[in-house]
Design a protein around this ligand. Structure first.
Ligand code: GLU
Length: 463
């Protein structure tokens, strides 16, 4: 039997959870769920200068909003320092790591000389113990760093689950510093110890880490630890094919919540960023988990497409129960200082609009004038509330005052007004829309009148 699947998402808390991070989290989460495994959240906060508690919170908020629930963690690397130090001590003991007393000045001189000879700057192994080699005398007052004793021969190879086979010659790599002079462990080392201790079976991460992988594999092997499988996800480009910027995607996922996107749409959208299942475009989270595998992730870059995200969002808004949408919209209206208590039932108004909008913000914009009298723009008034229109609205008002308040009767009242005054339908309906809601286009006008209610309609018509 194969090992139970354990994946992890390991963000550095130096900013919010953006689209790229969320996609990595989603794929790691889905892989664990697909295989009945465990999904672990690990906060890589060792870069103390750049990590903030606010960023940790923003990442947790983003994960929670998207319902990417973790089974273990969050583990914080800063709380695991003793463990890293313990492993470093073990490696020194085992001879897989060694102390290096080269001073920063010496290193700089070494690099200078290498550059002058047109060579790639690299540590020359002067403190690396070898059989029969005499090491330099330990200088006074120099704090040693600890270096990993990287193999010199052969290659490091792995079958990347996205990129295919990758091989790097050990000769390309020098002896990595795993502990700084002050004893603190370095980034690549902490990742290795964590992936080992946490029993990670598949490392799914951005391909900006692909260069770290051979070093991490070598260290894992030196520790006698199992090597996980790796899947390096390609980067996400912006709408215009350039690097993802603030305009498209490099913003917090919470911004999408703010901007009126449903999490279902965002999840569906993220799932298709670099992964596919035939031609399927619209699918639920459950369906995604059932289908998800690493074989159908494309090694080429994915491109962000705001229009597609909007299209998906419109789809999910249509599918969502009016009561659920109403709860969201109410929150947005309250934030704008709009009280819905005295207006028509929000779910009924939402029903009129949910097929016509692509975001919940648009939905809130559309329903707001049912609760606060709109300010009718000058241009709109000049265009639609002329002499003829005013006459039409007066005639219509008289009929509405007597009408039964149902769609059929309201529609009849409008038609009769048209016949009476020799006007076409839009000549009555458009001024009516402008007067009632401050816009020239709305859903079917009889439905609007019905939902708005007699009292409010007549009040806005000035009766
Ligand atoms: N902490 C790294 C980052 O946020 C991820 C490291 C990893 O997944 O191995 O980019």
């Amino acid at each position: 039997m194969s090992k139970p699947v354990r994946t992890r998402f390991a963000p550095s808390p130096t900013g919010f959870l953006h689209i790229g991070g969320a996609r990595t989290a989603l794929f790691s989460w889905a892989y664990a769920r697909r295989h009945g495994g465990q999904f672990i959240l690990r906060i890589e906060d060792t870069d103390v200068a750049r990590s903030t508690p606010e960023a940790v919170q923003a990442i947790l908020d983003g994960m929670q909003w998207l319902e990417l629930n973790w089974d273990e963690g969050p583990f914080y690397q800063m709380q695991r320092m003793e463990r890293y130090k313990q492993v470093i001590a073990q490696m020194l003991e085992a001879g897989t790591a060694y102390r290096c007393f080269t001073t920063p000045q010496e290193l700089e001189a070494l690099r200078e000389a290498q550059r002058a000879r047109d060579e790639k700057p690299r540590y020359d192994g002067r403190w690396r113990p070898e059989a029969g080699k005499t090491l330099p005398a330990i200088p006074a007052g120099v704090q040693a760093v600890v270096r990993f004793r990287n193999p010199v021969d052969g290659v490091v190879a792995w079958d990347d689950l996205v990129k295919g086979r990758i091989e790097i010659a050990n000769a390309e790599m020098d002896d990595l510093v795993i502990a700084r002079a002050d004893g603190t462990p370095t980034y690549n080392f902490c990742v290795v110890v964590d992936d080992w201790d946490m029993g990670i079976t598949q490392v799914i991460r951005g391909d900006d880490h692909v260069n770290n992988t051979p070093r991490q594999i070598n260290i894992l092997q030196a520790l006698g630890a199992g090597v996980p499988q790796y899947a390096h996800l390609s980067m996400i480009l912006g709408d215009d094919g350039t690097k993802l910027s603030k305009r498209h995607g490099a913003v917090s996922v919470m911004q999408y919540d703010e901007d009126g996107y449903l999490k279902e749409a965002v999840i569906n959208y993220l799932a298709r960023l670099g992964w596919s299942h035939g031609d399927e475009e619209v699918f639920s989270r459950e369906q995604f988990v059932e289908w998800f595998d690493l074989d159908h992730i494309t090694p080429s870059a994915a491109q962000f497409n705001t229009e597609k995200l909007k299209w998906l969002n419109a789809h999910y808004i249509k599918q969502t129960a009016p009561e659920v949408l109403a709860a969201d919209v109410q929150r947005r209206l309250v934030a704008r200082g709009i009280d819905i208590a005295n207006g028509p039932e929000l779910a009924a108004v939402v029903t009129l609009y949910r097929e016509r909008v692509s975001t919940l913000v648009e939905l809130a914009d559309s329903v707001a004038p049912y609760y606060v009298e709109p300010v009718i723009g000058e241009e709109l008034a000049a265009q639609h509330l002329n002499e003829v229109a005013r006459g039409a609205l007066i005639a219509l008002t008289t009929r509405l005052q007597q009408a039964n308040w149902d769609k059929a009767a309201l529609s009849a009242a409008i038609k009769e007004t048209c016949t009476e005054l020799g006007l076409k339908m839009p000549q009555v309906a458009i001024p009516l829309r402008v007067k009632l809601l401050g816009v020239a286009q709305t859903p079917s006008i009889d439905a609007v009148l019905e939902v708005m209610g007699r009292e409010r309609v007549l009040a806005r018509l000035g009766v």
